[in-house]
Design a binder for this molecule. Structure first.
Ligand code: ADP
Ligand code: MG
Length: 402
């Protein structure tokens, strides 16, 4: 089955490619260009094969006229211009009716970069509701569709799923690499396999916890997740972030009963409090005061978690150990990252977790930083993603009549 870019006959063809260029931008400056860099392998392959290339991507959410101005891919276009070795042109309207004529005038290899596909969401949510006319218009411009936007693979939009109905479609190199890395965790991890989970909201992570528990040897918990388990165990956690749902707590209770040997919870914490910004104290986990807030794991917890980490061959980390954005509460996250530099295979997934790795200076120390955010977590918990399933399974292509 020709479902991978390297198996397709793309020489001299016109190729529509969907990347995820939803990068962090502040005041027009790109703060992290990982997603741009990870698109280059596919892009250069298309250039080397003398293709006409049309790039699609979304950027942020578009609900108002102001969002149209704020959420432009122009800064990404400017960055990309410096990274590719061929002519690249920006098209302000992703649905420009001149596009068929512009494409036929292109001299391959050449790139057209279309403005944010979600600009079409302003009137009628055309991109996000997977509008068939929009998808077939884009498809009519090209011979082949390449999906290489892993972080958007959990969304069935016109530019991710819609187009595949009308064009032979395949997966680009960065999507293939993401899937291969994540598969090493869910299909055949080298044991002992330790999962480290922290972060804020336990409800966001329950599906992931439940799917990884049968596969891992240890689950080390921190942050709002650990607080919710501690609260379920009737520990006083003061004013710390934790679930308030009795249904969630019942699920956590069952998880603890069924996984006593695997689960590890914090023994101590670094706390702040609700009325004094400057308050920072060390506390054993059973000595938290009513106004105190757990913001980081303490030294005894790090020592305990160290034993599991040092014995592991594979580690997956999602969620930070504490409020890493504040340097007073970033020690736990930093110490755990430091221990992980000794582990054979370390995969980090989740938007904040990858940001923390970069911010704390461990970018080059781990096996793989997954760029997927929500898509990564969904793939790990469910084992599939709509835009990828769609390409791997779909053999029905409608004949275009546009
Ligand atoms: P990811 O985006 O990688 O999935 P999360 O968003 O779940 O990760 O976790 C990171 C966020 O959790 C950070 O913003 C961090 O400040 C917050 N966090 C971690 N521990 C705590 C805590 N004890 N109290 C409040 N927030 C926390
Ligand atoms: Mg997050």
């Amino acid at each position: 089955m020709k479902k991978k870019l390297q198996d397709m006959d793309i020489k001299d063809k016109t190729v529509l490619v969907r990347f995820d260029y939803n990068v962090p931008i502040r005041n027009g400056i790109i703060l992290d260009d990982t997603k741009i860099k990870s698109s280059l392998e596919t892009l250069n392959y298309l250039i080397d094969n003398n293709c006409k290339i049309i790039i699609l991507s979304h950027f942020g959410k578009v609900k108002t006229e102001t969002d149209i101005i704020l959420n432009s891919l122009k800064p990404v276009y400017n960055a990309l211009k410096k990274l590719v070795k061929t002519k690249i042109t920006f098209i302000e309207n992703p649905l420009d009716l001149e596009l068929p004529a512009i494409v036929s005038e292109m001299q391959s290899p050449e790139i057209l970069f279309l403005e944010n596909t979600r600009h079409l969401d302003l009137k009628g949510k055309l991109e996000s509701s997977n509008d068939a006319q929009v998808a077939s218009f884009w498809a009519s411009l090209a011979d082949i569709f390449v999906f290489d936007a892993f972080a958007s693979a959990h969304r069935a939009h016109a530019s991710t799923v819609g187009i595949t109905k009308y064009l032979p479609s395949c997966l680009g190199f960065s999507v293939q690499k993401e899937i291969a890395m994540l598969d090493t965790l869910i299909k055949d991890p080298a044991h002992p396999f330790t999962v480290i989970m922290g972060g804020a909201k336990v409800e966001d992570k329950l599906a992931l916890i439940e799917s990884l528990l049968p596969k891992c040897d240890y689950l080390l918990l921190a942050g709002g997740l650990a607080n919710s388990f501690l609260k379920t165990l009737k520990f006083d956690i003061g004013a710390s972030l934790a679930t308030n749902s009795s249904k969630t707590m019942e699920t956590l209770k069952q998880i603890m009963l069924n996984n006593k040997e695997k689960l590890m919870l914090p023994l101590d914490a670094v706390v702040g409090n609700t009325y004094d910004e400057t308050y920072v104290k060390y506390r054993k986990i059973n000595e938290i005061d009513i106004n105190e807030v757990i913001y980081d794991i303490g030294v005894k917890t790090i020592e305990k978690y160290k034993l599991a980490i040092m014995s592991s061959n594979t580690v997956f980390l999602n969620g930070t150990m504490g409020l890493y954005e504040d340097y007073r509460f970033s020690n736990g996250t930093k110490e755990i990252f430091d221990l992980l530099t000794q582990t054979d295979t370390v995969v980090v997934g989740g938007g904040d977790s990858v940001s923390a790795v970069k911010k704390l200076g461990y970018e080059n120390d781990f096996t793989y930083l997954s760029t997927g955010g929500g898509a990564t977590l969904e793939y790990l918990s469910k084992g599939h993603l709509v835009a990828i399933d769609n390409i791997m399974e779909d053999d029905q292509i409608e004949i275009l009549d546009v």
